[in-house]
Design a protein around this ligand. Structure first.
Ligand SMILES: NC(=O)C1=CN([C@@H]2O[C@H](COP(=O)(O)OP(=O)(O)OC[C@H]3O[C@@H](n4cnc5c(N)ncnc54)[C@H](OP(=O)(O)O)[C@@H]3O)[C@@H](O)[C@H]2O)C=CC1
Ligand SMILES: O=C(CO)[C@H](O)[C@H](O)COP(=O)(O)O
Length: 470
């Protein structure tokens, strides 16, 4: 490699950057990575598969000089200021036509700003969502590119080579204009938050409601992963219940604090949904529950005052079946909310997001991959402009098949006092969505009564105001 230039460069050799670069090398690309921490550049080279071409450098200018023109490089650094800092350091080193990719979880409005700024300097800037965590990055992630189509053409063969494959189809596709890649990744993470919240609710209903121990929880989630709930998140949940603690005689899950962290993408999904506007209450609830999880002292004090949930009065066998169905129902509703958000954002923000491609890209490699994505892929084959997957006949059949058990779980959990805001919000969204005439006519009447906000009638066109109670 002494006189040759490298195919691809990576800035930031943390969890994602290191593994994605090694994945590229495994697929025959010569790669070079930069990190300011020399231990990470050394670790990159020593982790490379023998026979692959991988170099680590601790000087950015050296990396840029060693890249084939036009240069193709990606940054995988924390979102926010670090991305702007990297761009500022890169700019004096680049030439017109070079392609710079932000593969991190940046907010799409930052990506829009950076695309514009770098376009003025004839640099192609792309926001690309990457999902799959550490293992996915190494062996095949789901990749969500958006932005400059010419730039995408330059990196497409490499992205297709490293992406996860489903039936030999790479889990990567062009997903829309400018900030679309990061928008789709943000909503992916919003759905991820919702499903994780629902699984944690199923856990409490089975553990505290039916008295299942960790071995039994492992068995239940493992069996669920072999059926209609097959998914990456259910699969890793089964594994988690099996993990022994290396510091005590118990299981690790029981020793982990119940304060859940977050890096922002779930909150952004809720915030941007309200901006559009579109309703994503199960995602909103998932964000809120992580927030409530931080109020540890207050929750412990409140438990003293209000007591524990009451018992569930069905057999464990029946309860497991009902909770399974509620999780299936609410998981479909979480995808429905996220995909409806993408449908609306595509139109409202002129991003041209191809929903049929999004669900195909999510079938493999990503954190929210599940057998349900095949169902949704078929739904979008029937109607490429489907506003909400709940309107698809195949999806409706599945939802109806588990509706009664979902109502039963929500009713019993509410009666007993279990915290199942995710399940409740999914059911509430469903019940509002399937109501042809909601009670919101009364809200319109109230708004007109106190604020002269006007209303529309159902029997004639126009805008009306009434002097109420005259
Ligand atoms: N971990 C995951 O599962 C996933 C993460 N992401 C996203 O990918 C991005 C990277 O995440 P991840 O790899 O987990 O993070 P890590 O913290 O593991 O790695 C980030 C790397 O960026 C470096 N870095 C930080 N600031 C700068 C800077 N100003 N200039 C140059 N390098 C810098 C860090 O160096 P140092 O440590 O020396 O500061 C570190 O090597 C984030 O946006 C994250 O949200 C996306 C999908 C999944
Ligand atoms: O993008 C990811 C997975 O898809 C990252 O793991 C992200 O950090 C998850 O979000 P949070 O840290 O807020 O739970």
């Amino acid at each position: 490699m002494a006189n040759s230039l490298y195919d691809f460069g990576m800035i930031g050799l943390g969890v994602m950057g290191r593994n994605l670069l090694l994945n590229m090398a495994d697929h025959g690309f010569s790669v070079i990575g930069f990190d300011k921490d020399a231990t990470k550049t050394g670790a990159l080279e020593s982790a490379a598969t023998p026979g692959t071409t991988v170099k680590g450098v601790a000087d950015l200018a050296t990396m840029v000089q060693l890249l084939e023109r036009p240069r193709k490089l990606m940054m995988l650094v924390p979102a926010g200021q670090p991305v702007d800092d990297v761009i500022a350091s890169l700019l004096p080193l680049l030439e017109p036509g070079d392609v710079v990719i932000d593969g991190g979880n940046s907010h799409y409005t930052d990506t829009l700003r950076r695309v514009k700024y770098l376009r003025e300097k004839n640099i192609h800037f792309m926001g690309i969502g990457v999902s799959g965590g550490e293992k996915g990055a190494r062996t095949g992630p789901s990749i969500m590119p958006g932005g400059d189509q010419d730039a995408y053409a330059k990196v497409k063969p490499m992205l297709e080579a490293i992406a996860a494959k489903v039936n030999d189809t790479p889990c990567v596709a062009y997903l829309g204009k400018e900030g679309a890649g990061h928008y789709v990744k943000m909503v992916h993470n919003g759905i991820e938050y919702a499903i994780m919240q629902l699984i944690s609710e199923a856990y409490t209903l089975l553990q505290k409601g039916a008295g299942l121990n960790n071995d039994q929880l492992h068995e239940v989630f493992d069996s669920w992963n072999k059926g209609s709930l097959q998914s990456f998140l259910v699969e890793i949940t089964a594994d988690i219940f099996n993990q022994k603690d290396d510091k005590t005689a118990g299981r690790l899950v029981d020793m982990i604090s119940d304060k859940a962290g977050s890096k922002g993408t779930g909150k952004w999904t809720s915030q941007d949904a309200m901006e559009l506007p579109v309703a994503v209450p199960t995602i909103d609830m998932a964000v809120a529950m992580r927030t409530i999880s931080a109020y540890k002292d207050q929750r412990v004090a409140a438990e003293e005052i209000y007591g524990d949930p009451a018992a569930i009065h069905v057999t464990a066998e029946m309860w497991i079946k009902q909770v399974h169905d509620a999780l299936y129902f609410a998981t479909i509703l979480s995808y429905a909310q996220g995909l409806a958000m993408l449908h609306e954002a595509s139109r409202e923000l002129q991003m041209d997001i191809p929903l049929p491609e999004v669900v195909k890209v999510w079938r493999g490699g990503c954190i929210i991959r599940s057998s349900l994505l095949e169902v949704f892929t078929q739904a979008y084959q029937q109607n490429t402009d489907l506003a909400n997957i709940l309107l698809d006949k195949g999806v409706a059949y599945l939802v109806k098949s588990v509706e009664a058990n979902t109502r039963s779980v929500v009713a019993q959990a509410a009666t007993a006092g279990f915290p199942v805001a995710g399940f409740m919000s999914a059911l509430s969204y469903f019940d509002a969505f399937r109501t042809g005439r909601m009670a919101t006519n009364l809200i319109q009447a109230q708004r007109d009564y106190f604020g002269a906000h006007t209303y529309q009638r159902i029997d004639m066109p126009g805008t009306f105001h009434t002097e109420w109670n005259q």
